[in-house]
Design a protein around this ligand. Structure first.
Ligand SMILES: C[S@@+](CC[C@H](N)C(=O)[O-])C[C@H]1O[C@@H](n2cnc3c(N)ncnc32)[C@H](O)[C@@H]1O
Length: 426
């Protein structure tokens, strides 16, 4: 069954419900013509009942308790960020040998390839727009240990801002950057770029106030495998979106990889009516919150991924993400599941995928006997006994929990009260 995120009827209902919720910490600066944050006399429909409809596949039954209130999401605090920070601070970086032995070695490479494809796609567009000599500035929000530093180097950027809630990760990221600089000293081909690093919670802190130059303009903001942490509450999601958007130049992009809430709910339902947990031998998801009905914010689950993640995460309700983006001048230009993005970008990215070992080469004797590779048994190449590049079933199930999305920062004029009026072109 297909899942449609652009449910316009549901979307309208959502917009009406959110007229009663402030999407800003500053009541004065809310109105942007989107009608998102106006106060209304009407009592809002219950959040949870709305969420139930939104998270379901089209044609699903929806509905829920009529007497619950809209406030629960926004009122929820940032109770989990310290748990997340501690988890990532304590995460030991595995050596190369251990990584190669991991059950998700190829999936991690595959995910890394998806990030490369996404970064390359939007950097290419930025480079087309820019004039020779213009600086190329990037914010890597929730950068972790700096897994994307080499991608930024290859993209020939001029300045990078790296920030993450986990101090230990930021320190490691900074050390990796110093290594890149040292290598660049001895190489004609490396690209040197300046960088700044700081640890902070992007869901609670206004990042621009921490930049060396708070007036700086960014070309690209990237938030990989992390934006979902802000969906703990409306206030946090609003803060994170403002951080993503406010320093972007018009024409700049915000790109992200996030879990696909509809896919998660589809799998939860497929697991059985009373079930709160599903997964396989490499990942599991267990809901900590009420699942029937689901809240719009704070839809919390425990995510476990073999050896690398074990902490609370939150469903990202996609229409809400889009609305929040528009509040800050970001227009959605791409939403693709990993599976779709893989198919779309493979023709251009095949060589890179090979170089990054994003697929496992499986020999004939193995796919004949191993259930993890039974899906390729009937491929023409494998029928002729040839080796084939693929991911194990378990890894593919984990990888296809995610989607990529991209937003474009729109130009704005100013209204009589000095508020931005964004010029969306859709
Ligand atoms: C799965 S890791 C991804 C790291 C990196 N973006 C990558 O793709 O390799 C998620 C990262 O988000 C960071 N994070 C989680 N919540 C955060 C928050 N509220 N503010 C800033 N960083 C956060 C974690 O510390 C962790 O480094």
């Amino acid at each position: 069954m297909s899942v449609n995120y652009e449910q316009s009827a549901a979307d309208e209902q959502f917009a009406r419900a959110h007229k009663a919720v402030s999407l800003s910490d500053d009541e004065e600066s809310e109105s942007n013509g989107e009608g998102l944050s106006e106060r209304t006399q009407e009592p809002p429909p219950p959040t949870s009942s709305l969420a139930q409809e939104f998270y379901e596949e089209p044609g699903g039954k929806g509905g829920g308790g009529e007497d619950e209130t809209q406030e629960e999401g926004a009122a929820g605090g940032a109770a989990n960020t310290h748990v997340v920070a501690t988890h990532y601070n304590e995460l030991k970086e595995a050596g190369r040998k251990d990584r190669q032995k991991s059950k998700i070695f190829f999936m991690r490479n595959f995910n890394n390839w998806i990030k490369s494809q996404l970064i390359n796609e939007y950097m290419a567009q930025i480079k087309q727009q820019k004039r020779v000599g213009d600086a190329l500035r990037v914010l890597d929000m929730c950068c972790g240990k700096g897994g994307d530093l080499l991608k930024w180097e290859k993209a020939s950027i001029s300045h990078l801002i790296c920030t993450d809630i986990a101090e230990v990760s930021i320190e490691q990221c900074q050390r990796r950057y110093q290594d890149i600089l040292r290598r660049a000293e001895n190489s004609k081909f490396s690209n040197k770029f300046t960088a700044e690093f700081f640890a902070c919670d992007s869901t609670l802190v206004r990042l621009r106030e921490r930049y060396k130059d708070p007036s700086l303009q960014l070309n690209l903001v990237s938030c990989q495998f992390a934006f979902h942490y802000c969906f703990e509450s409306l206030a946090q999601a609003d803060c994170m979106m403002r951080n993503a958007a406010e320093c972007l130049k018009p024409g700049g992009f915000f790109i992200a990889t996030i879990p696909d809430a509809y896919e998660i709910i589809r799998r939860l339902k497929a697991a059985g009516p009373e079930t709160r947990r599903f997964g396989n031998d490499v990942y599991s998801i267990e809901f900590d919150c009420e699942t029937d009905p689901l809240p719009l914010f704070g839809a919390k689950y425990q995510f476990h991924l073999e050896g690398v993640v074990d902490c609370p995460e939150f469903l990202v309700h996609f229409p809400t993400l889009v609305k929040l983006g528009r509040k800050y001048g970001l227009q959605l230009i791409r939403r693709s599941t990993f599976s779709e993005y893989y198919k779309e970008t493979l023709p251009k990215g095949r060589q890179l995928l090979q170089r990054m070992s994003g697929l496992e080469t499986v020999q004939a004797q193995r796919y004949g006997s191993d259930e993890q590779f039974s899906h390729i048994r009937n491929f023409p190449a494998t029928q002729r006994g040839r080796p084939l590049g693929t991911l194990s079933k378990s890894e593919w199930e984990a990888a296809t929990l995610y989607l990529v999305c991209a937003f474009k920062k729109c130009k704005n004029s100013w209204d009589a009260n000095g508020r931005p009026v964004f010029e969306f072109d859709d």
